[in-house]
Structures are given as structure tokens and as C-alpha cells.
Design a protein. Structure first.
Lengths: 740, 77
């Protein structure tokens, strides 16, 4: 026999720790259908009895305001788990019971895990769990999730409840005379018409109408509009009456009475405090330092720099391994496959594509490890607390900072883990605005582009220009966030109301599970799409290939060059391997042939779809100072920003330029009449703001829950970048500055 | 005994909530965290830029933006 058990509770109550303790590695993370809320599921076996454990999102309440709460509520109603284990933080009993009470109002069978009983004891809080169990008429089992204490007893109690299979007697408390009277009236109507009663209790439906619950009201409106309006009428009457007499709202009365009920039961000898409740505990003493007006920000900067260092410096080694592995693989294919399209597809399309997907894996792992560490220890909440004032101005949230920093707020990050870091944000509008603006930060792949242009045109002011580039990125991102929040993502700020949980030492097991499951999700979900797009971009830069008439011209040139030298030289070059020392004349021949190859590559690129796009866009891009070569490079940059450099190399007949060694290319640009410092500046601005690379676009779509937002970020960012670059170029031209 | 909005309370000042003047989502979030009339609270501190405010309620620490604290009336001792 199998059954489902759901874990529900407040955030920071130790719910996930208990889940990890129960299921170990036997867990699986997915999403609830159609939303971005994570669904964690695992199995627990005891005495041959297999149970599916579902970890519901942590919530403080069961309203319809937040996605997490709706998801939890829908799961409980639709999936009907055998029993719900409600994890209650024993050191924080009153507030945690508020959620328990709402389960009991719904008539859901629950069993309470009185967690962190050791922390409570240390804080001088004694709880009489037997009495609590008697009062609530539900099993209460003390536990310490971190050490696994009480785990077996808890699961035995849960199993017993499942086997008994009794629906509990729902809890009906008084919400004050006026509300109770309305409830009775509404309940009678609901029962008489069997309105929504196949899924919900009649009294609960009435309660939700009084609480202005969007979800239940719109469901009611669809099911029976007449009755629904009648119920709303009762609610309106009560609202007006409460406003007139007590200056309050029905929902406020209900919340007040729930807390009143909790206070009344725990006062009956269930809880005793050995110490003053406002006493400062170790955690508060740490906060005196870590959120101190002067010391706090200094320490925070150090911690954020540390996280950044962890993510990008330590991941360099495994990234290097992956790069050399894929380099080796490419070399093998190079050696064993005959020249031609298949070879080009395997190397440039598939191996580079898979390498591109996996190249981000170490970054993502290190980033999630660092963020989990900050999140589980409780420090992340302090960062949000300290920085909220700044981010609030731009319609964001204090927690947005993580995503910005990781994306390249400190130049050299990466928008892919940055976009994923926005998961720590719980406010939907603030989160979306963060997701859409983090790609403006200067990621590590944009840096070679800046380095190339700065070396060619601003070599004297390198440091200054790089600093200005960072400021432009931050300023642009924050202002665009503000713009989005007053236009397409408008709406009042999501209430901040945030708990500062006590500092806790994270468990290593928890950190590893957390890191791994998120990394795996990236590989699984983003990986396939990224491989596909990588092949499409390869095709765009390869097809249509040069017609034979053109390739023959280059072939003829090669022949002509070879005829011009003696046959011994040709033989020497053909028989020599890569590293062999060549004679002066053979070297000369090699250079001539390479130059022809590069020119052929240039015309092939111009002939391809990407090349035609670049040429077709030239009339428009001229406004910002870009010719067709720059356009192709920017199209290539959609694969990864550093590709801009190598593609520019091909377009200027220099072959594929290594982004790290750009000397020849920067000299070519500096001496090219089509270029000037103004064009370079315009291109820098464009590179900061234009469409994120497609890996980031895929991640934005996944995190925002819709391809619409991925498409939006491509179109909007490119348009914005073009307008800004055009402004720079036109104003600069008009004023005659930086003309070179 | 006097009533004032939570924004105007000083560090370490404590009192009892007498009214929460918010409805909708804001009101709900505030009440869910136990900020209902009759609850004892104490101001624990403020962020470096004086907003948000951190307060102690029922043994845990909660933070609110100043414009949210405006909606809560406290009877101070």
C-alpha cells in the first residue's frame, strides 16, 4: 500500500531539513504545473510501507495572495494527501500555530512535528506537548530535524493516522458576534445549494468569501454567479457595519480572533517562559555587529566579494578541465573526420554547443553553493534588510542584489547563474524586474569585447573607461528596472514584511542536496534547448555556403601561388607537420595560402544567412556607426558575447581571432578608416545593453515561466541598445568629438 | 501612555499594537505575522539607511518598510 504525506509549515521552521532527513537522496525536484514554484518529492520507507513525501512551499498562511500559498492549498485539496505533517517551530509557537489553525479550519488531517525543541529549551521555553495535543485533538511529536531526533516517532504517528483514515472534526472557532452571524447565514445558503461543497467545507467557503479570497470568489462566480453575488452582498453588508462600528475589516476580525484563540489555549499551561521573551540571544548579539550602521555594510561588501570570488575564481579549475576535454574532443574529430559540413557541424555545432551548456555547470554549482550557504545561515535576509532602501527606489527588493552581483555587478560575472540567483526573491513583480535587468551587467564574456575596443581606441585611459562601463551598466539596469516597474510590470510594491530568522549553521547535507538539485535542473531543462539553438546559430553562419564559381576563384588563386614557387617548397610545406620548422620560402608560401583561406572565410561568412542579415541591416546600423562586419559579429554574439571578437576577426580576413589575443585585430580596427573612437564607444554601449546571449534568454524564459519574457528581453534590450548607441554616435558626430 | 505610528518609535521602545490600518494584501501579510491588536512589540533596530525597521514580536524578529510601519498604531509605555 502506498500513500502520500505532505510536509507543510512556515519558512525557516526546519521543513526542508526534515524532508532531507526523511528522504535522503531519494528525492526529485520539479515544478507545479504552469508555475515556477518548486515541487519537491521523495520517498520514505518504514516497515515495508512506502510513503511519498511532498515538501510543500513554506508559507505563513493560506491566503490566495502568494503563488506559494495557492500552490500549497490546491495541492491539499486536489491531491488529498493521507496526512499533512505540519512542522511547527517550537521556539516560535504562537506564529507557527496560525498556519496549523488554518489547516484545522479546512478540515485537513494534520499531525504536528514540534521541531527545534532543543532550541526552544535553550531559550528557556518549556512546552507541554501532551496538553497541546489534547487541546488541539491532534498528535504532537517533538522533533529535532537536524539530528533526526523524533523522526521515527513522527512517522509512526503519521502512519497510524493514515491507517485509521479518519477525517478529523474541523475546528470551528468564534470570530466575534458579527462575523459569526454572517458565517451562519452564508453557510446555510452554501449548504442548501451544494455550492463548491464537493471540494470544500461550506463554512470554509463562507470564511474565504469574508476574507476576500480572489481564488474562491472567482471560482464561485463561475460556478453559480447568482449565489456568489448574494454571498458577496452579505460580506459587503458586514464590511460596512464593521467599518462604522469598529473601524475594521472582516478579514482583520478573523485574523485577530485566530491569534486570540491561539493565545487563549497556550496560556492554559501549555507554554512557560523561563526568561524574558525580548531578551537578546546569541543571534541578536551577532546582529548588533552584522547589521550595525557602519560595520554592517563593510562586512556585507566583504561577504558579497567573497561569494563572487567563490563562484568565479574557484570554478575556474573545473571550467578549465571541461574546456580542455571539449578541446581534446574537437581535436579528435578534427583528426578523424574528413573535411566538410559534417565535421563543421560536429565541431562548431554539437561539441561547442554541449561544451557551452556544460561550461556553465561549475559556475552554477559554486554559485548555488554560496547562495545556499548565505540563505540557510540566515545572512541573506540581513543583506536584503540592509540594502532594501536603495533597491526599493527602483521598484526592486533588497534581495535583488545577489542576482545583480553574480551577473557581473562586479565586472566579470555571468548572467546565467545571475538569472537563477533571482530565485531567492519571493516577490513576483520585483523578481521579474530583476530577471529582465540583470543581463545588462558586464559579464565575463563581454569583457573581451570591451578589452579589444579599449585597446584599439582608448589605450591611454583603460582603467577609467572600464570603471565608467561598470557604472553605465549599473545605472542603466536600475533605471530600466524602474521604467519596467512603472510600465509593463507596474503595481504596488509587494509587502516587504520579512522575518529575520536566527542565525543557524547550515547542514552540509542540506547544502549539497540544494546545490545538486538546482544544477541538475539547469542541465536537464536548459541543456537540450541550448544545444538546439547552438546548431541553429552554426547553420546561420554556415549556410548558404559559397557557390562553386566563387570557391573556384580562391582555388585558382591558391594554384597560382603554388605554381609561382618551386615544387620542392610545395612538397616541404605539404609534408611538414604543425610544429615543424619551415624554410623561409615555405613559410612565405604558407602565409600567402593562409591569407587566401582567410579571405575565403570572409566571403563565406558574408554569403551566409548571418552575413546577409548583417548586410541588410547596414542602412539602419549606419545610424549607430556600425558596418556589415560589426553587424555579423553582433549576430554571432547572440551565441556568446565573446564570439563578437572572433567573428570580427573572420570578417576582417584575420581568421578566427582568439578573444584573449586580440592584438592584430585591435591594430586593424585602429587603422581602419571605418572606425573611430566614437564608433568604438557606440559599440561598447550597444554591447552592454543588447540582447542577452541565448543561454541567458533560455534561463530567463524558464525562470519567468514563459517564453514571452525571453522574447521580450531579446527585442526590448536590442531596441534599447540601438537607441542608446545611435544617440551616442549621432550626438558625437554632430559635436565632432572622438572622431579620431 | 500614548499612541503613535510604529515609524515614529525609537530603538528599544516597546508597546502594544492598538490598530492595524491596512486591508488587502498588505493587511494580510502584516496580520499573518502576528501583528494584531493586543500584541506586544519592541523596536530592535533600523537598517543602515533607517529603513526598514526591525522589531521583536512573540519572540522572533520581523522587518517592515517604514511605509508599512506607518499603518500600525502602537500604544507605547
Amino acid at each position: 500500500m502506498e500513500t502520500t504525506i505532505a510536509l507543510a509549515g512556515n519558512p525557516n521552521s526546519g521543513k526542508t531539513t526534515l524532508f532531507n532527513e526523511l528522504t535522503g537522496a531519494r528525492q526529485h525536484v520539479g515544478n507545479y504545473p504552469g508555475v515556477t514554484v518548486e515541487k519537491k518529492q521523495g520517498t520514505y520507507v518504514s516497515n515495508g510501507y512506502k510513503m511519498t513525501i511532498v515538501d510543500l512551499p513554506g508559507t505563513y498562511s493560506l491566503t490566495a495572495y502568494s503563488l506559494e500559498e495557492v500552490v500549497a492549498r490546491d495541492f491539499l485539496v486536489k491531491e488529498e494527501p493521507g496526512v499533512v505533517i505540519n512542522i511547527v517551530d517550537a521556539s516560535n509557537l504562537e506564529r507557527n500555530l496560525y498556519l496549523s489553525l488554518q489547516f484545522m479550519e479546512m478540515g485537513i488531517p494534520i499531525c504536528i512535528a514540534l521541531n527545534m525543541i532543543d532550541v526552544a529549551k535553550n531559550r528557556g521555553i518549556e512546552i507541554n506537548e501532551k496538553k497541546l495535543s489534547e487541546f488541539l485533538r491532534i498528535p504532537v511529536v517533538p522533533t529535532v530535524a537536524r539530528s533526526g531526533r523524533g523522526k521515527t516517532e513522527l512517522m509512526n504517528a503519521a502512519e497510524k493516522m493514515v491507517k485509521k483514515n479518519e477525517r478529523p472534526i474541523p475546528l470551528d472557532i468564534s470570530y466575534g458576534g458579527d462575523v459569526d452571524q454572517a458565517l451562519v447565514e452564508m453557510e446555510a445558503e452554501i449548504s442548501a445549494n451544494s455550492f463548491l461543497t464537493d471540494t470544500y467545507r461550506a463554512r470554509w467557503v463562507a470564511l474565504k468569501y469574508l476574507e476576500n479570497d480572489e481564488q474562491i470568489r472567482s471560482l464561485g462566480q463561475k460556478t453559480d454567479p447568482v449565489l456568489s453575488s448574494k454571498l458577496e452582498e452579505v460580506v459587503n453588508r458586514l464590511s460596512i457595519h464593521l467599518q462604522d462600528t469598529l473601524d475594521t475589516y472582516p478579514e482583520a476580525m478573523i485574523a485577530d480572533h485566530r491569534y486570540g484563540y491561539i493565545k487563549s489555549i497556550i496560556k492554559q499551561g501549555i507554554i512557560s517562559f523561563k526568561q524574558d521573551r525580548d531578551r537578546l540571544f546569541l543571534s541578536d548579539k551577532i546582529d548588533k555587529v552584522l547589521t550595525n550602521r557602519f560595520l554592517g555594510p563593510v562586512i556585507m561588501i566583504a561577504v558579497l566579494m567573497g561569494l563572487y570570488h567563490l563562484t568565479f575564481a574557484y570554478s575556474e579549475v573545473p571550467v578549465g578541465w571541461l574546456e580542455s576535454f571539449f578541446g581534446w574532443l574537437g581535436g579528435m574529430v578534427e583528426a578523424f573526420l574528413p573535411d566538410g559540413l559534417i565535421k563543421s557541424l560536429v565541431i562548431s555545432g554539437i561539441i561547442d554547443g554541449v561544451g557551452g551548456v556544460l561550461g556553465f555547470v561549475p559556475l552554477i554549482m559554486f554559485m548555488f553553493f554560496g547562495i545556499s550557504l548565505l540563505e540557510d545561515s540566515g545572512y541573506l535576509a540581513r543583506v536584503a534588510f540592509m540594502l532594501d532602501r536603495v533597491f526599493q527606489i527602483f521598484g526592486l527588493h533588497g534581495s535583488s542584489v545577489m542576482a545583480f552581483i553574480v551577473s557581473g555587478g562586479i565586472a566579470g560575472g555571468c548572467a546565467v547563474p545571475g538569472v537563477m540567483a533571482s530565485r531567492t526573491l519571493k516577490s513576483p513583480r520585483e523578481r521579474l524586474a530583476t530577471l529582465l535587468t540583470v543581463p545588462f551587467m558586464n559579464c565575463g564574456a563581454k569583457l573581451p569585447v570591451f578589452a579589444l575596443l579599449v585597446a584599439a581606441f582608448f589605450a591611454a585611459n583603460e582603467a577609467k573607461i572600464m570603471f565608467i562601463i561598470t557604472l553605465v551598466a549599473w545605472g542603466g539596469a536600475l533605471l530600466v528596472a524602474k521604467l519596467l516597474r512603472i510600465t509593463i510590470i507596474k503595481g504596488a510594491a509587494t509587502p516587504f514584511v520579512m522575518e529575520l530568522p536566527p542565525y543557524r549553521l547550515p547542514t552540509f547535507k542540506g547544502l549539497l542536496i540544494h546545490t545538486w538539485e538546482r544544477t541538475w535542473q539547469y542541465i536537464k531543462k536548459a541543456g537540450t534547448v541550448i544545444l538546439g539553438i547552438s546548431i541553429v546559430i552554426w547553420a546561420m553562419m554556415t549556410f548558404p555556403s559559397l557557390p562553386e564559381s566563387k570557391t573556384q576563384i580562391f582555388e585558382a588563386e591558391r594554384k597560382a601561388v603554388m605554381v609561382g614557387v618551386s615544387s620542392t617548397v610545395v612538397e616541404e610545406l605539404e609534408s611538414a607537420d604543425e610544429e615543424a620548422e619551415l624554410s623561409e620560402r615555405a613559410e612565405g608560401l604558407k602565409d600567402l595560402l593562409t591569407a587566401i583561406d582567410y579571405r575565403e572565410a570572409e566571403s563565406a561568412l558574408k554569403h551566409s544567412i548571418a552575413g546577409r542579415m548583417g548586410t541588410a541591416l547596414e542602412p539602419a546600423s549606419r545610424l549607430a556607426g556600425f558596418d556589415w562586419r560589426t553587424n555579423i559579429a553582433l549576430v554571432g554574439g547572440f551565441a556568446a558575447k565573446e564570439v563578437v571578437v572572433s567573428t570580427l576577426g573572420t570578417a576582417y580576413s584575420l581568421g578566427e581571432v582568439d578573444p584573449e589575443e586580440n592584438q592584430s585585430l585591435s591594430e586593424t580596427l585602429a587603422s581602419n578608416p571605418g572606425w573611430s573612437p566614437l564608433v568604438a564607444l557606440s559599440l561598447i554601449i550597444f554591447t552592454i545593453f543588447y540582447a542577452p546571449c541565448f543561454v541567458a534568454v533560455v534561463c530567463i524564459s524558464k525562470e519567468a515561466g514563459s517564453w514571452k519574457w525571453g522574447a521580450f528581453s531579446m527585442a526590448f534590450n536590442t531596441l534599447l541598445a540601438f537607441v542608446l548607441a545611435m544617440l551616442v554616435f549621432q550626438v558625437g558626430t554632430a559635436l565632432g568629438i572622438l572622431a579620431g | 501612555m500614548s499612541k503613535l505610528s510604529m515609524r515614529r518609535m525609537k530603538e528599544n521602545q516597546s508597546g502594544i499594537i492598538s490598530a492595524v490600518k491596512a486591508d488587502g494584501e498588505m493587511g494580510r501579510r502584516i496580520r499573518d505575522m502576528g501583528l494584531v491588536p493586543g500584541t506586544h512589540i519592541k523596536i530592535q533596530g533600523r537598517a543602515p539607511l533607517y529603513d526598514p525597521v526591525a522589531l521583536r514580536v512573540m519572540g522572533f524578529t520581523l522587518t517592515l518598510r517604514n511605509n508599512e510601519a506607518d499603518l500600525i498604531v502602537v500604544e507605547v509605555e
